[in-house]
Design a protein around this ligand. Structure first.
Ligand SMILES: CC(C)(COP(=O)(O)OP(=O)(O)OC[C@H]1O[C@@H](n2cnc3c(N)ncnc32)[C@H](O)[C@@H]1OP(=O)(O)O)[C@@H](O)C(=O)NCCC(=O)NCCS
Length: 142
């Protein structure tokens, strides 16, 4: 498995991967804008990617996606570790993220990589035709 840093030129590749993992995919233009305006990323070719942003001594995971056909093989964990390593290099001391409280796979992954509960945002994720779902805010030291 090879993990490399993502560049704005990877936006179309990353949008394709994002669409395999989320009901509401981000466009290549949105991803290009993030990577052109201070966000960082790491990608495993044809399999998954992570985006994060460092501001001062805090970092935030913006998104993480692994192609469904490549899951449970350690790629998500490797991408989180790549983001932690990248954000340390950018000066962060801690990393935060938000995850829907019904996203069992992601919550298990973040628990396995050392994240702990830091808060809750009520009704953060709108769900068409269903009640909105809370976001859990998770944190770990970088
Ligand atoms: C969450 C996601 C990135 C995990 O990617 P992955 O490559 O399958 O993760 P890993 O293989 O590194 O899993 C590491 C550990 O996390 C936990 N885990 C991951 N997926 C799990 C699942 N479906 N059920 C239970 N535990 C799970 C396990 O502890 C796993 O270790 P194990 O396989 O040795 O048991 C992937 O499921 C995904 O892209 N989901 C859709 C997008 C998403 O929800 N992104 C996060 C938004 S905050």
């Amino acid at each position: 498995m090879t993990i490399r840093r993502a560049a704005a030129a990877d936006a179309a590749l990353l949008a394709g991967l994002h669409a395999t993992a989320f009901d509401r995919p981000w466009s290549a233009m949105e991803i290009h804008q993030l990577l052109s305006s201070g966000a960082s990323g790491a990608v495993i070719e044809d399999a998954g990617f992570i985006l994060w942003r460092t501001a001062g001594d805090e970092a935030e995971i913006l998104t993480l996606a692994v192609d469904p056909a490549r899951r449970r093989a350690g790629l998500g964990g490797a991408l989180v570790e790549a983001a932690l390593s990248g954000t340390r290099g950018e000066g962060a001391a801690s990393m935060f993220l938000e995850v829907a409280e019904d996203n069992a796979a992601a919550i298990a992954l973040y628990a396995a990589t050392g994240f702990e509960a830091a808060g809750r945002r009520k009704g953060y994720y709108a769900r068409p035709g269903a009640a909105a779902v809370d976001a859990l805010v998770l944190r770990r030291g970088a």
